[in-house]
Design a protein around this ligand. Structure first.
Ligand code: SF4
Length: 247
C-alpha cells in the first residue's frame, strides 16, 4: 500500500467516523425492534462448523480478557487471518495476495480471538450440549452485539436463528448502544492501524521462505494493528502461537 492510497483510506474512514458520530441511537434501537432478536444460546456463532466464526479484537479487548483471565496475549488473540480450509491453502492464498515480505513473514491487519485446533472459539466448551461462553462478562463487542453490526452507516445483520424473535424496549436500546459503540471503536481502531502502517518489500524469495517454513510446521506473521506491529509464530499442527515481539 503506497502513501497516497493510505492517506485516501484514512480520509474516507475519518469521513465515515464523522457521520457515524451523528447516528441516532433511538433510531437504531427501533430498527432492532422491527427486525427482532432473541439469543437462543445455540453457540453456532462460536463454532466453526456453522460457518465463519472469526471474532475481530481491538487491543483494549485483548487486554481486558488477558487481565480478567490471567492469560498470555497469544492464548487470547491470533492474527486476523484469511479463512482457509487448511494451512497449505492459507499459505497459497497469502502467496496470491502479495502479503508475504522478502523474509517470509505473512503480514495481516489486526487480531482475532484465538481458536482451537478444530477452529471453534477457544472459550466455548468442547461438549456440543454446553454453549456457555468461558469469558461471558469479558467477551468482545463483536460477540455481545452479534448478529448486528454497522457498515457504511447502516445497520446490518449476520445469519442467526435468533433473528425475527420479539425484542423488548430495554434490550433493543442496550443492543443499539453497544452496536454504535462498536462501530465507532472499530473505525477509530482502523484509522490508527493505517496511520501506524509501514509498507514492506515483497519478492519471490519471501514466498519460497514461507512455503519452506510451512513444510517445517510453522508460519511467521507480522500483525499490523492500532498500537504498532507485532511478530508471532504459529505452529500449524497444533494451532499454538508464540509471541516474538510487540512494538
Ligand atoms: S468469546 Fe464467547 S461468545 Fe465470543 S465466540 Fe467465544 S465463546 Fe462465543
Amino acid at each position: 500500500m503506497d502513501n497516497r492510497l493510505k492517506e485516501m483510506l484514512i480520509r474516507q474512514l475519518q469521513d465515515e467516523l464523522d457521520h457515524a458520530k451523528k447516528i441516532n441511537e433511538e433510531e437504531i434501537a427501533a430498527q432492532i425492534r422491527r427486525i427482532g432478536f432473541h439469543c437462543l444460546m445455540c453457540g453456532r456463532c462460536c463454532r466453526r462448523e456453522s460457518g465463519d466464526n472469526r471474532v475481530a479484537l481491538m487491543p483494549e479487548e485483548i487486554r481486558r480478557i488477558q487481565v480478567g483471565m490471567n492469560l498470555r496475549m497469544e492464548d487470547v488473540a491470533e492474527p486476523l487471518n484469511i479463512e482457509a480450509e487448511s494451512p497449505a491453502e492459507e499459505c497459497s492464498l497469502h502467496e496470491r495476495s502479495g502479503m508475504i515480505d522478502e523474509d517470509g513473514n505473512i503480514h495481516t491487519f489486526g487480531w482475532m480471538l484465538h481458536r482451537k485446533e478444530n477452529r471453534d472459539c477457544c472459550f466455548i466448551p468442547d461438549e456440543r450440549n454446553n454453549n456457555k461462553c468461558g469469558i461471558y462478562e469479558l467477551r468482545p463487542l463483536m460477540c455481545s452485539t452479534y448478529p448486528f453490526y454497522m457498515e457504511e452507516l447502516k445497520l446490518m445483520t449476520s445469519e442467526c436463528e435468533g433473528l425475527g424473535k420479539k425484542t423488548g424496549m430495554v434490550q433493543s436500546r442496550e443492543l443499539a448502544h453497544m452496536v454504535l459503540e462498536r462501530y465507532l471503536c472499530e473505525l477509530k481502531d482502523t484509522i490508527l492501524t493505517y496511520e501506524n502502517y509501514s509498507s514492506f518489500t515483497t519478492g519471490p524469495k519471501g514466498k519460497e521462505s514461507a512455503v519452506s517454513d510451512m513444510k517445517q510446521g510453522y508460519l511467521n506473521y507480522i500483525v499490523h494493528n492500532s498500537e504498532g506491529k507485532c511478530r508471532t509464530t504459529r505452529n500449524i499442527r497444533t494451532a499454538v502461537y508464540r509471541l516474538i515481539y510487540n512494538e
